[in-house]
Design a protein around this ligand. Sequence first.
Ligand code: PEP
Ligand code: MG
Length: 888
Amino acid sequence: MTQYVYRFGGGVSDGGKGDKNLLGGKGANLAEMASIGLPVPPGFTISTEMCATYYDEGEQFPQGLRDEVANGIAHIEQVTGKTFGDAADPLLVSVRSGARVSMPGMMDTVLNLGLNDQTVEGLAAASGDARFAWDSYRRFIQMYADVVLELDHGNFEEALEITKEDRGFYLDTELSADDLKALVDEYKSLVEEEWGKPFPQDVHDQLWGAVGAVFGSWQSERAKVYRRLNDIPASWGTAVNVQAMVFGNMGDTSATGVAFTRDPAKGDRAYYGEFLINAQGEDVVAGIRTPQYLTTAAREEAGAKPAAMEEAMPEVYGELAAVFDRLETHYRDMQDIEFTVERGKLWMLQTRSGKRTAKAALKIAVDMANEGLITRDEAILRVDPSALDQLLHPTLDPDATRDVLTKGLPASPGAASGTVVFDADTAERAAADGQSVILVRTETSPEDIHGMHAAKGILTARGGMTSHAAVVARGMGRPCVSGAGTLSIDAKAKVFRVGTREVKEGETITIDGATGEVMYGAVATIQPELSGDFGTLMEWADVIRRLKVRANAETPGDCSTAREFGAEGVGLCRTEHMFFDAARITAVRQMILASDEAGRRAALDKLLPEQRRDFAEILEVMAGLPVTIRLLDPPLHEFLPHEEAEFEEVATAAGVDIEVLKRRAAELHEFNPMLGHRGCRLGVTYPEIYEMQARAIFEAALDVAEKSGDAPIPEVMIPLVATKRELDLMKAVVDKAAETVFTERGKRIEYLVGTMIELPRAALRAGEIAEAGEFFSFGTNDLTQTTLGVSRDDASRFLGAYVEQGIYARDPFVTLDIEGVGELVKMAAERGRATRPDIKLGICGEHGGDPASIAFCEEVGLDYVSASPYRVPIARLAAAQAALRARG
Ligand code: PEP
Ligand code: MG
């Protein structure tokens, strides 16, 4: 029979840290902590397998589970010496979710379960604290009504607020036992009114209700959104953790807190966290009371007054610090910890690998390798390449003028400017329209997650460094300033105020997630610093990786950025972008609209010197490195004039009647330009275009060789080839241009002619195409488009639904469809190599910067990947990780 319940605590551990898939992260780590002798309140975990069974059986629990849970409760009773439902000294439990990976705030929790009208009296007597007992009961009813009964929690909050107002109180802690008792009565009436039945008094009914609610929350909308954004399969399910309650709200020797063993924002080696005296766990993240610092150093640095834990509870703090060290050495990673102190006794409620910013991830990985805690290889594998994105983005220019509105907490680094919006839906809509927005909220909740994702940055008025906004923004890599307390937000009127100033929806602000500053208007930014830990990890990665990394770049500026980021060449220089330049577009149009070769040549003569200059600049920046220059590729109509004035300009330049031009433009119209007159088809029909481009390349290369003495090796690339004959013809054009230039100049240089593999036919016929081509570069954007028969330009309208329904696991234009397109790449590589063993193989579609696709490129043994300049470091790290994983 399948085992569904796993116990921990009191010297028992049915599971351990290796059981994350089965017990969820929280359950596995509770069992692990218990097994290494840390103080963990006893409990049990219902496995993630049960979650699937629960849904398979129409949201019912099998009988076997009931027996196992009864044993689990008996285990807790035995360790605590208390009995579940006992009127004299009741056992209370918490019921929490816990999936394989943490999904902060996505699923539900119920605390203080086991309280009813009798046991609350027992708790009051046993604890000697009636106020505490009634406060626990009212919290329990409120949470249970919200999470399990799904009643409107606003009514409960309102009742609490009214009670406080009536008494003239500000804090919940000011309410007396009698106040709370009255509130409990009111809560119970509210439940009965809304639910139609009295609040459940049977503690076992309470337990099963909560277990069902936790499993149910796996399918909540917000959990589904989170899973989609984080590629978490629905099949994983969540586990349920039932654990003896310990109380941080039993007076001034009790406390609750969250901590990281290192700074999760900067990565510094210092304990980092927040705690609240006389509070329950949820109070720390709720942002109602401002938490206190853990360490004296952090308190002093922040200039805060309330005592740090190190000062207020020095003994327990010492114990806690020892646990931090123990956990870090045990897990060999930075830990994110939840703890409670109950009347001076420390209890560990959770540990897990802490989420961290990219900056912290880098620093922690490099530091831990230097400390000898992990190896360099492990350090390389510890950093998520995509997260480097956060570091490669600009930060605020320190010299730029700033109109600072206010300052909050530096919750997630990076600078972002955008127009202010006040709700998640507006953020999502505006972002879809191409606007940069800053989402401004009093505090965020899991319902805001789509808006946070759409926003460039997040600003909240409430909440600490571990608030929902801060945690989620860090995970997403969005800059975030949280807890900007002077901000008063009127979301209905779509305005926020700071002092006398007012900012309305649609006005621009800038936030700096590294300092917490909030500024009016857009502030200038500067490029990121690429030395330090970043440089170190990159060096380690470069030693490991086999794949070379090049950049897709077509301006000297892009090329120098690419070099700074460590590119080892240009893998794709798209020459068409050069044609859009205002100074040239008329000549380009004249070329396209010419009715014969002579007309085209006249226009091409004007373009030649410009192209030569383009190439010379690029080849100079990339001196000594390979540069793949692709000859003209896009559908010609992209260059056509639209406005009357544009036609007039071309007519004057070419000396042709405007009506003739318009007729010619109409002739060039295509129904399906992506599959039309583009790629090498342009070269086949108008070889003089490729001839001009080839001439420009060789003249530029010779100029640079003469000037610098370092001859570049141009790689001339023919796009959208389907047949060997196309490549033969185009190669002949290029070779002839080369010979002509070399003869004219009396000097030769080396060069290569190769092709893109962008069409299934080219992949199929790669064996013979390699007879002509000296290199292949996989243009996986087009190869995906043509293999899937999905238009690159229109895919976004329906691909979302495809990914949601699991037809493709990920967007195939982002992550290579390995089964389909990948099969073609693999086959073409094999066939190409069979013909020409030393053929150079690379990839230059967008996939060249995507870590999962890079792993595939390593597997099939390509020579290089080429990515946009900002993704070059991502590719370097991903390539190193791929190499390490390939070695096993
Ligand atoms: C490709 O198709 O993958 C490619 C790199 O070319 P482009 O995106 O310019 O069509
Ligand atoms: Mg292409």
